[in-house]
Design a protein around this ligand. Structure first.
Ligand SMILES: Nc1ncnc2c1ncn2[C@@H]1O[C@H](COP(=O)(O)OP(=O)(O)O)[C@@H](O)[C@H]1O
Ligand SMILES: [Mg+2]
Length: 217
C-alpha cells in the first residue's frame, strides 16, 4: 500500500508532495529523495523557541510528519483578497522580525544568524493562530538582511496570478515599511542566490537586475 492509497494529496510544492493523513497529520515527502531529518530537527528547535512553525510529529529520511495548519497560503490570500495586501506585507515583515531574534541551533553549519532563504508568500500558511512559516529546507546561517532581501525580491518580481500592479505595490510598500532600510545593501547577494536557483526566464532576470540597480547608491 502506498501513501497515495491512504492519504489525500493536498499540495505539490517545487520539490515535495504533501499529503493529509486520515489522522489529520500532514506528510511532506521530497521527490528528490532529500533527507528530511535536518529540516525536521530545525523545525523542532524553532517550535520550542516560539517561532511559528508547524509542530513536528515524526521524521525519517523519506517523510516529515507534522501538524497540518489549515488556512490559505499568503500568496493565495493576496489573490483572493487583494484589499488585504498591505496587511499581508506587514505580516511578512513581522515574521522576519521574529526570525531576527530566533536562537540559532548549534547543528546548523556556518556562522551568523538564522536564515530561512525561501520566505516568500507561498511558504506562509495563514492559520487560525496567525501566520506559520513552512518549508525550512533551504535554511542556513548568515546575514539576516540577505533573508529579508530574498523576500523582497520574491514579492517584487514573481509573476503571480491576478497580481495587479497596484496590489503588488501595496504589498511591497508595506513589507519595506516594516524592515530595516539596510536591506538595500543585501540585494546584490540576494539576487545572485535567487537567479542561481531553478531556471529563471529572461523577463525575471531583467526584473531582478532592474530592482538591484535601483537599490545601488
Ligand atoms: N504543516 C503544513 N500545514 C499546512 N500546509 C502545509 C504544511 N506544510 C506544507 N504545506 C503546504 O504544502 C506546500 C508545499 O510544502 P513545502 O514545505 O513548501 O514544500 P516545497 O519544498 O515543495 O515547496 C506549502 O506551500 C503549503 O501550502
Ligand atoms: Mg515551498
Amino acid at each position: 500500500m502506498t501513501l497515495r492509497d491512504v492519504a489525500q494529496p493536498i499540495a505539490r510544492g517545487r520539490e515535495s508532495d504533501v499529503f493529509l493523513r486520515p489522522d489529520g497529520l500532514l506528510v511532506k515527502r521530497a521527490r528528490t529523495g532529500r533527507d528530511l531529518v535536518p529540516e525536521a530537527e530545525l523545525m523542532r528547535h524553532l517550535h520550542a523557541h516560539g517561532i511559528p512553525v508547524p509542530r513536528v510529529h515524526d521524521a525519517s529520511e523519506r517523510d516529515l510528519v507534522m501538524e497540518y495548519v489549515p488556512g490559505p497560503r499568503m500568496s493565495q490570500e493576496v489573490d483572493a483578497r487583494p484589499w488585504r495586501a498591505a496587511a499581508l506585507g506587514r505580516q511578512l515583515a513581522d515574521l522576519h522580525r521574529r526570525l531576527d531574534t530566533a536562537p540559532v541551533p548549534d547543528f546548523l553549519p556556518g556562522s551568523g544568524a538564522l536564515l530561512h532563504l525561501d520566505l516568500h508568500p507561498g511558504n506562509v500558511v495563514l492559520g487560525p493562530d496567525g501566520p506559520v512559516v513552512v518549508d525550512w529546507a533551504s535554511a542556513a546561517r548568515g546575514d539576516r538582511m540577505v533573508d529579508v532581501a530574498l523576500s523582497w525580491l520574491a514579492i517584487a518580481v514573481t509573476e503571480l496570478r491576478a497580481f495587479k500592479r497596484v496590489v503588488r505595490g501595496r504589498l511591497v510598500q508595506a513589507f519595506l515599511a516594516g524592515v530595516d532600510d539596510t536591506v538595500r545593501h543585501a540585494m546584490p547577494e540576494a539576487a545572485e542566490i535567487r537567479l542561481s536557483r531553478y531556471r529563471r526566464d529572461a523577463a525575471e532576470v531583467a526584473a531582478v537586475n532592474r530592482l538591484v540597480a535601483g537599490c545601488a547608491g
